[in-house]
Ligand binder design. Structure first.
Ligand code: ADP
Length: 244
């Protein structure tokens, strides 16, 4: 469903991604794990056509993000790191606006809005101004805008960032439940998050993939039988990239 081949990206002198390649199969949850500055957000912006890579190719459902950008975009729902909300709108106005911008109308629009309100638990704040919302509810509205057009692919940049533990569990459960019918890529720098949600893991460090696979495949690559993802992460980084 997602194919990334030799993707590089540079900002001035900073090489944010260096020939990154990986695939995500339909229905899979891929966790992008890496410290701050690893290149996770840059990769997600490229996957969602927000920025173009310096080189390399990305296809979504077979559509090239540069040559067939509109077709690729129709397949994707994106929750950026900073949720794109209009503070002067109410939740209901904002989600209707996003749904219309995504081409929905009539009964289908109402059906999808009802679905996201239930899935993201928005009923308590449905008529509230976005400016009034807590961080947890803002994140849920952000997820709702990513889901409203029923995309096949969901790209979530640090979806639980800044949430309290109860909200984090809620968002993780929601991501898990969506995976039955969607292909999901999410990023995090939190190891427990990956362990709780991802089927497969790509570890990014300084713009390079240092390892990818299931947790047990990564343990085999690290030559370690550790059950701790943290130890695994540190082991793989020091093995592949020198001491960290
Ligand atoms: P992550 O999401 O893993 O924290 P980013 O993709 O945000 O990583 O950043 C990767 C590298 O690219 C970092 O060194 C960051 O400072 C740099 N970078 C990201 N965005 C920009 C930008 N718009 N201009 C210049 N440098 C950037």
């Amino acid at each position: 469903m997602i194919n990334v081949q030799n993707v590089s990206m540079q900002y001035g002198p900073t090489l944010a991604l260096d020939r990154v390649s990986f695939e995500v199969k339909e229905g899979e949850i891929l966790g992008l794990l890496g410290p701050n500055g690893a290149g996770k957000s840059t990769l997600m912006k490229i996957l969602t056509t927000f920025i173009a890579p310096l080189s390399g190719t990305v296809t979504l459902g077979g559509f090239d993000v540069l040559d067939a950008s509109l077709k690729a975009r129709e397949l994707v729902g994106y929750l950026p790191e900073n949720v794109p909300l209009y503070m002067d709108m109410r939740v209901d106005e904002y989600l209707r606006f996003v749904a219309e911008a995504r081409g929905l109308g009539g009964a289908r629009l109402r059906e999808r809005i009802d679905w996201v309100v239930a899935a993201c638990n928005l009923a308590p704040v449905w008529k509230h101004g976005i400016i009034e919302l807590s961080k947890g509810f803002r994140q849920r509205v952000g997820l709702a805008q990513a889901l409203v057009h029923d995309p096949k692919i969901l790209i979530l940049d640090e979806p639980t960032n800044g949430l309290d533990p109860v909200q984090i569990i809620g968002i993780r459960k929601l991501i898990k439940s969506l995976a039955k019918e969607k292909t999901i890529v999410f990023s995090t720098h939190i190891l427990q998050e990956i362990e709780a949600v991802a089927d497969r893991i790509v570890i990014l460090h300084e713009g390079n993939i240092v390892a990818q696979g299931t947790k047990s495949e990564l343990a085999a690559q690290a030559g370690s039988d550790t059950q701790s993802l943290e130890e695994l992460f540190i082991g793989l980084l020091s093995k592949n990239r020198g001491a960290v």
